[in-house]
Design a protein. Structure first.
Length: 174
């Protein structure tokens, strides 16, 4: 028995012997609150503390993690706040599950001019035509403008638009 348990047992024994609680506090050197708690628990059997359950997180179960991973694969741009709200759990539960258990990080999506393979092939084909034209028609003057080729893409916000991935190479639009 530890020293603390011995003091508790001694307090219970003295309370059973009808000793005044103030006298018990001076003899055993425990607080008066401890003695009164023991007095209230006089009829109860155990004097030791109840053992814990192991402290495992019941919310972050295997099923929860599998559903979370599927949801992230469907839409890696969905915010962790929304995922937490959908599951009725705290934000920190989802955040820790994503970062610690699943090993994902939040990356910023930055805007850039994306050239698809078909666009590159089309540009190469057209550039060859232009070079061929100038090779045969050197005296003809053509005027070209340097206007951008605009493509409609989603507007990105560095503060809010995040992408959950393991590495930076997996981020779309980076």
């Amino acid at each position: 028995m530890s020293e603390q348990e011995m003091k508790r047992q001694r307090a219970i024994d003295l309370l059973c012997a009808q000793v005044d609680p103030k006298v018990i506090t001076t003899q055993i050197k425990v607080s008066l609150a401890t003695v009164y708690i023991r007095k209230a628990m006089e009829g109860m059997d155990p004097i030791s503390r109840k053992p814990g359950t192991g402290g495992h997180n019941k919310k972050r179960s295997g099923e929860f993690l599998n559903l979370l991973q599927e949801n992230i694969k469907k839409d890696p741009t969905k915010s962790m706040r929304k995922m937490a709200a959908e599951r009725n759990v705290a934000l920190i539960t989802v955040t820790r599950a994503v970062h610690e258990v699943l090993g994902l990080k939040s990356f910023v999506r930055t805007p850039r001019h994306l050239l698809a393979a078909t666009m590159k092939a089309r540009r190469l084909e057209r550039a060859k035509k232009v070079l061929n034209f100038f090779k045969h028609n050197g005296d003809t003057v053509k005027i070209y403008s340097n206007k951008k080729i605009f493509t409609v893409e989603a507007v990105l916000n560095r503060r809010n638009d995040r992408f959950l991935a393991e590495t930076r190479g997996q981020v779309e639009g980076y």
